[in-house]
Design a protein around this ligand. Structure first.
Ligand code: NA7
Length: 568
C-alpha cells in the first residue's frame, strides 16, 4: 500500500500509507521504527521543526527529567542502549534532545516525518475503512490505521490574564521556550507557577536575574533530586543487566526501579526510627518514590501520608531562613503529598534565602491583570522586565481534543468525551475504529516512566496489527460495555487513594471548565501490563475484530475486562 503521492502544496490527492502517526516525540519515533521493522509504510506529522516532542518544546532554564536517565530512555534495543552514555543521573533537556536526535539518526526515521505541520482533523469512513488526516499546511493522507502519539503534556495552558498585550517587557511560556538562549541578566523577572516546571526554573532564573518574584498559588512539596554526574561504570553495570532490568521494570508499579520497596506501615516504626529513615532518604534524594514509597499506605491513608508531608514541611522550615516565607512555602495540611505531581528539585527551597528572590502569595491576593509595566495582584503592583508563565498544560486530553476527530457517520471525540475521557485501556475509544492512543487517559501514562509505558503500548499495538493481518481482519473497535467497565475500574482505583483529592492537572482542575476526572490509571504499570497481555491472549477480549465489508464475528460484548487480573 505504499503511497507515493504527497498531498503538499495544495495538491489534495491523499498520500496513502499503511499507518498514520501524529507526533514525532519519543512515542512517534518508536512507532515509526516498529512499523519499518514490519515493512509497513507510515506518514508522521509533527508540529515542531524537528523530533523530540516534550523535549523539543520545553527548553526553559533548568528543564530536566525526574526519572533516572538510564531508565528514562528506550529499552527496545540493547545495541541502542550501549550506543549512548548519559552524563548525569537526571539528564537535562539539551542532553535528552541530543539522545532523541541520535535515535532518529541511527534509524533514519526523519524520512517518514513531515515537520512544522499540525494535524487539524482526523476522519474515519466505515465504507472505505480509512482514516483521513488533514493538516494546517493542506496535506491530506489516508491509512486504515492511525496512531495518536500526541503526548500527555503537549498543549500549554496559560490562564487568560487580561492585559498581556499591553506588557512592554518579554513574556514566555515554559513549554514554548525560544530556541535561542534567553538572558535574564540585570532583569526583574516574574514567574507564575510553582509546579514541577516552576520548581525547576526558579533556582536557575534566580541565579541569573537581578530580581525574581515568584507568584505562588499553591505551595508544592518537593524533594531533593541529588543530581550528579553519572560514572561510566554505573552505565556499564546497568547495560550489562539490561535484560534483567527490563523484566524487573515490567513488574514494577511505576515502570521504574532503584529504590527500596516499603515493607512496613509507618506505625510499625518508632518516631525515632521514622525520622532516621526519612532523613536518610532525603539526603540520598532521587526519584519521587524514594520518599513517597518509604512506607506502605502513603498513597491511600491520610495518617500515613502526613508522616512524609509533615517531614517535608519540617525541612522547609529548617532550610528557609525567614519563618514567614517558610510558612508561605509549606503546603496546607489538606493537600496530601503525592496527590499533585511530585517534583524533585535542585536547591528549590534554599533559593528563597537569596536577597534577590521574593515570594508572593497569589491565593490570598490573586493576579488581577498584566499591566504595561508588570503584573497586578489584589494587593500590589509589581514592576517586571520579563514574565515567565510556568502554568502547565491542558493535560492528557487537550491535544487530542484540539484535533477534530470524528467518523463519517457522525461520532465525534469531543462529544464522546464531554463528561471526561472514556477509553478502553487508554488505548482506544469505542466508536472510533482503528484509532489508537499512546499513553492515553485511562492508561498508566503519567503515573509511570513514560518511555517504558509508550514502548509497552506500541508493542501491544504492533502485536495487534500482526494478529489482524494474520487473521484476515482489518478493523478493531473497542466495545462500549468493555469501555464503560474500564472507565469504572480506573475511577474506582483512583477513588480508593488520596490521589484525586488535589486540584491537579491529573483531574483537569487546572483548566477552568474542564470536567473533573482522574485521568491516568493508578492501578500499577505491572497490573496494567498483565491485563493488556491477558486481554490479547484471550482474543482481544472487549474489542471487536472484523473484516471491513466481510463477515463480522460475533462481538464479545459482556466480557469483564478485569477478569484478566486473575492471571497477573
Ligand atoms: P502544573 O503542575 O500544572 O503547574 C502549574 C502552576 O501554575 C501551578 O503552580 C499552578 O497553581 C499555577 N497556576 C495556574 N494558573 C494560575 C493562576 N491563574 N494564577 C496563579 N497560578 C496559577 O504545570 P507544570 O508545567 O509545572 O508541570 C506539568 C507537568 O510537566 C509536570 O507535572 C511534569 O509531569 C512535567 P495551582 O497549583 O494550580 O494552584
Amino acid at each position: 500500500m505504499d503511497g507515493a503521492v504527497s498531498g503538499r502544496e495544495g495538491d489534495r490527492a491523499p498520500e496513502k500509507v499503511d499507518v498514520l502517526v501524529v507526533g514525532a516525540g519519543l512515542a512517534g519515533l518508536y512507532i515509526l521504527y516498529c512499523l519499518r521493522q514490519r515493512g509497513l509504510s507510515a506518514r508522521a506529522y509533527e508540529a515542531g521543526s524537528d523530533v523530540g516532542g516534550t523535549w523539543y518544546w520545553n527548553r526553559y532554564p533548568g528543564a530536566r527529567v525526574d526519572v533516572e536517565s538510564m531508565q528514562y530512555c528506550y529499552h527496545f534495543s540493547d545495541e541502542l542502549t550501549a550506543s549512548w552514555n548519559w552524563t548525569e543521573r537526571f539528564a537535562s533537556q539539551p542532553e535528552l534532545l541530543r539522545y532523541i536526535n541520535h535515535v532518529a539518526d541511527r534509524f533514519d526515521l526523519r524520512r517518514d516525518i513531515t515537520f512544522e505541520t499540525r494535524v487539524t482533523s482526523a476522519l474515519f469512513d466505515r465504507r472505505t475503512n480509512l482514516w483521513t488526516l488533514e493538516t494546517d499546511r493542506g496535506d491530506v493522507a489516508q491509512a486504515p490505521y492511525c496512531i495518536m502519539a500526541t503526548g500527555s503534556l503537549s498543549t500549554p495552558y496559560r490562564p487568560p490574564f487580561p492585559g498581556l498585550e499591553d506588557f512592554r517587557g518579554d513574556s514566555y511560556h515554559t513549554a514554548m521556550w525560544p530556541h535561542d538562549a534567553v538572558d535574564f541578566t540585570g532583569k526583574r523577572v516574574g514567574i507564575v507557577g510553582t509546579g514541577s516546571t516552576g520548581i525547576q526554573a526558579i533556582p536557575v532564573v534566580a541565579a541569573q536575574a537581578k530580581h525574581l518574584t515568584v507568584f505562588q498559588r499553591t505551595p508544592n512539596y518537593t524533594t531533593p533530586a541529588c543530581n550528579r554526574p553519572l560514572a561510566r561504570d554505573e552505565q556499564r553495570a546497568f547495560n550489562e543487566h539490561h535484560a534483567q532490568w527490563r523484566d524487573e521494570v515490567r513488574h514494577s508499579f511505576a515502570a521504574i526501579t532503584g529504590f527500596p520497596l516499603p515493607t512496613k506501615f509507618p506505625d510499625e516504626d518508632t518516631q525515632e526510627e521514622r525520622q532516621a529513615l526519612l532523613e536518610r532518604r532525603w539526603a540520598e534524594g532521587g526519584m519521587p518514590p524514594a520518599l513517597l514509597a518509604i512506607y506502605k499506605g502513603i498513597g491511600v491513608d491520610e495518617t500515613a501520608n502526613a508522616v512524609v508531608a509533615d517531614f517535608v514541611r519540617g525541612k522547609i522550615r529548617e532550610i528557609v531562613e525567614d519563618p514567614a516565607v517558610a510558612a508561605r512555602l509549606c503546603p496546607p495540611a489538606d493537600l496530601p503529598i503525592g496527590s499533585k505531581r511530585p517534583p524533585i528539585d535542585t536547591d528549590y527551597y534554599a533559593t528563597y534565602n537569596r536577597d534577590n528572590v521574593t515570594l508572593v502569595d497569589v491565593k490570598r491576593a490573586p493576579i488581577e491583570r498584566i499591566t504595561a509595566s508588570g503584573l497586578k495582584t489584589g494587593e500590589a503592583d509589581y514592576d517586571l522586565d520579563a514574565i515567565i508563565f510556568a502554568t502547565g498544560f491542558d493535560a492528557m486530553t487537550g491535544t487530542l481534543l484540539a484535533i477534530d476527530i470524528r467518523t463519517a457517520d457522525g461520532m465525534t471525540l469531543k462529544e464522546a468525551w464531554a463528561d471526561g475521557p472514556s477509553t478502553y485501556l487508554g488505548l482506544m475509544v469505542s466508536g472510533l475504529p482503528n484509532l489508537f492512543m499512546i499513553n492515553g487517559p485511562g492508561s498508566p501514562s503519567v503515573k509511570a516512566n513514560m518511555i517504558v509505558a509508550l514502548e509497552q503500548h506500541t508493542d501491544w499495538i504492533m502485536a495487534l496489527l500482526d494478529h489482524l493481518a494474520a487473521a484476515g481482519f482489518d478493523r478493531i473497535e473497542a466495545d462500549r460495555l468493555a469501555q464503560e467497565d474500564w472507565v469504572d475500574h480506573v475511577r474506582e482505583v483512583a477513588e480508593a487513594t488520596l490521589m484525586p483529592k488535589a486540584d491537579s492537572w491529573y483531574v483537569g482542575a487546572n483548566v477552568p471548565g474542564k470536567k473533573r476526572v482522574y485521568m491516568p490509571y493508578f492501578g500499577g504499570f505491572d497490573r496494567y501490563c498483565s491485563l493488556c497481555e491477558a486481554i490479547a491472549a484471550d482474543g482481544y477480549r472487549g474489542f471487536t475484530l472484523s473484516l471491513h465489508g466481510g463477515a463480522q464475528p460475533e462481538p464479545q460484548r459482556d466480557a469483564d475486562p478485569h477478569e484478566a487480573s486473575a492471571v497477573s
